[in-house]
Design a protein around this ligand. Structure first.
Ligand SMILES: [Zn+2]
Length: 215
């Protein structure tokens, strides 16, 4: 493995962890980030029990696509099977971000899909943000359920848990996390203002079809 690539990836993860914490998407030791090491079937992932707010390079663990630890002194995250399952099914995905933002997580508890009701959100989330039924964190069942949904969506809500977003870069996966939380807030506000204006995904697709670029 290219050691420089791993070092560069570590720096990016540490920076992204701080940002997600500052934005209020994560508190304490929960949540997770992983990034594929370019050109390999391995990824760096935050270790179990470490905090995104103050991550150190020694708290990142190198894991292969089967979920086995390759290098690192810390314990692998409990959610490693979910991350490796995503990388196996999505060759295009370079980074995965899992957080517990309050509004989007509430949608998961209410078993309500988050829908992109604003044009730019729709462009990023054309298939919406479906809810993956509850499975024990860290279980094989959760990894399988997530793998099935993430094959067609870049963002999902885990029932009674949090959200997962993926991207072709770490920046894109982090940004999508913020977008999902923003979309959830907007959907909630629209429901409070006038629930009849909350359109379904089919109508959103019809309404936004003429748009194909973002500015
Ligand atoms: Zn979690």
């Amino acid at each position: 493995m290219n050691t420089n690539a791993a070092k560069e990836t570590s720096v990016k993860i540490i920076k992204a962890g701080k940002k997600l914490h500052e934005k209020g998407l994560i508190i304490g030791k929960s949540g997770n980030i992983s990034v594929r090491i370019p050109g390999t079937e391995t990824f760096l992932i935050k270790s179990s029990g470490s905090s995104m707010e103050s991550l150190k390079p020694t708290q990142l663990v190198l894991v292969n696509f089967l979920g086995n630890k390759i290098r690192g002194d810390s314990r692998v995250s409990i959610e490693t099977p979910m991350h490796s399952a995503i990388y196996r099914v999505r060759k295009d995905v370079q980074a995965i971000v899992h957080t517990h933002p309050p509004t989007a997580t509430a949608f998961g508890i209410a078993k309500t899909e988050i829908r992109p009701l604003q044009i730019e959100h729709f462009m990023l989330l054309p298939n919406g943000v479906p809810v993956v039924p509850y499975q024990q964190p860290g279980s094989r069942e959760l990894a399988v359920a997530v793998q099935k949904k993430i094959a067609i969506c870049d963002a999902i809500v885990l029932e009674n848990h949090g959200i997962v977003t993926v991207g072709s870069t770490l920046e894109a996966a982090c940004n999508l996390n913020l977008i999902v939380e923003e979309a959830a807030k907007i959907q909630l506000l629209v429901k409070i203002l006038d629930s009849k204006k909350t359109i379904n995904l089919a109508r959103a697709k019809e309404k936004f079809k003429i748009q194909n670029t973002l500015e």
